[in-house]
Design a protein around this ligand. Sequence first.
Ligand code: PGA
Length: 261
Amino acid sequence: MEVIIKNVKEDACKLGAKIISCLIHDKENTVLGLATGATPLLLYKELVRFHKQEGLSFKKVSTFNLDEYVGLSPKDPRSFNSYMSENLFKHIDISPEAINIPDGCAKDVLESCEAYERNIHNAGGIDLQVLGIGNDGHLAFNEPSSSLSSRTRIKTLTKVTRKANAESFGGEDNVPKHVITMGLGTIMETRSCLLLAFGKKKAEAVKAMIEGPITASCPASILQFHQHAIILLDSDAASLLTRREYYMEVYAGKPEWQKWE
Ligand code: PGA
């Protein structure tokens, strides 16, 4: 794991957007995995800025989102489909056919999950997956106790997660109980991933992910096995890390050819 600690989330998101833009410069048909929630909002803002001010084009990029609520139509303003359109897609030049988001209204859920996995495979696999982490250590919507080799499927949200996502539904009782989510096995096959976590409320989950044992009780800890996981934190989210100084020393001493900034 490469752990990068910035003082504030604004700087972390600027770096995250730079990493993504370097990737797209190197490979114009990059396959991006995308996440929703509060965490990546500034990252998407910065990507829009790269597009509008620095000519970054998404014309050949394709995307796969991690998850969607079951029962919400793509047009529902609370769906992740709407979130992606509002916060990224409508501001950049991505082709609508290149956007993939799990279908929360699929009649045949099993078939649509299998098709999602096939589509990722047929696109050549995901080059970089953007991720957040739940307060309970979930990754995408893989809640604690998820199989560490799971694939895209239906999951039941925990109370902790429903509470964390209650605001846009006007209370946790209105948050859908079921979601479609990429599995941990699906995420582990991505060529690289970029996990963002900000704020004190994420500090415990971040510590468990990076320095705890690999366990289904903290699904994000599976990233310790990922071939190329970059973890971008602000100082609050990093505040419980035992090896914090070491991670900072490693980042400061990165060889020139590996540096993004
Ligand atoms: P958040 O959610 O970005 O809204 O904190 C992260 C997650 O649940 O993975």
